[in-house]
Design a protein around this ligand. Sequence first.
Ligand SMILES: Cc1ncc(COP(=O)(O)O)c(C=O)c1O
Length: 381
Amino acid sequence: MQVTLGTFEATGKIWQRVYSVLDSGRLTYGPVSREFEQRFAAMHGCNYGVLTNSGTSSLVVAIQALKELHGWADGDEVIVPALTFVATVNAVLHNRLTPVLVDVDPSTYNIDTTKIVAAITDKTRCIVPVHLFGQPANLWRITAIARDRDLLVVEDSCETMLATWNGCSVGQSDIGCFSTYAAHLLVTGVGGICTTQNEDYSKRLRSLVNHGIDLTELPNGEEYDPTFLARKFRFTSIGHSFRITEIEAAIGLAQLDDLPDMIAKRQQNASTLTQLLQPMAEKLQAPAIHPQATHSFMMYPIVLRNGSKWPVMQHLQDAGIEVREMVPLTNQPCYNFNENDYPVAKWVNESGFYVGCHQGLSVDHMRYIAGVLCDYFDTTT
Ligand SMILES: Cc1ncc(COP(=O)(O)O)c(C=O)c1O
């Protein structure tokens, strides 16, 4: 049996939307992108959505927009969890800001909010909580800490969609950043989207995605009038070419109605696997869902209580089960972090991996994963 980490099905709805884009002859930003942005943002309780070409690009422009609009200086500090994909830290560094890491909670793997205040200095400008593996970080606590100290919040929600903390959706802080890369919750191949409630932020984000072009004097929606560039070619920021095409937007839009069901299937698979792993609880930690959170399960993280992940990962892979490390950050050769300063992240780096639980998998796949893990522990202990 093969158990993959992600899935993508080219449904009839996707073919239809993509054909219609091709028929229209318009590939660059247009009505399909606009509808995708608006509907995705609304599904997360936000007024504005801005498409980009990746989750990383979304993070880069989100942080840049806030840096420019709030006058942050180079070297100012941004708080980031010590366990996340490298893109979170890279987005801070690309903006010439300093990432300050905070260790993560040992049961949710999200930023440990009890450790944030100690990491704040007079140079701190922003907190970037990362909603890892599909579960929101403690947004209420993070927002309260930020508001009390005039800090801003950019959510790295690249692994999480439609999940809530105390009933509030992810993506509603100053700016939320999502990814639609392969094996994510909603897949368009490459792609990302920023969400916000703040019109000024949304305008700056759109400008930064489009080379920093001046959009300020144009009424809403007019910015992509094809005659626009002929009328005005003025750049107010040093921006990027982070645009995406109507084709990716069509692929995304065609999946939006089904996204809640796709996530419900992931939640079901995850719950089945958690029950099946219960007899192995002394050996491994299954994912815990915080009582105030819902979990969209982009993947199913497992951390061994002790020992190295590598032999278990090899055993799973040999049995046809795709597996990945749980996003190690603090030990990457491109940075100079001291892994020992972040003991929980270090434990996850040494002992954590994830498997798939997506909507293309069934109870049988979950039984297979549990069986292969059980065999491993039976033969090694
Ligand atoms: C936590 C996190 N942040 C950022 C990204 C970057 O997203 P992208 O690959 O779309 O650039 C990812 C990608 O998986 C991620 O997991």
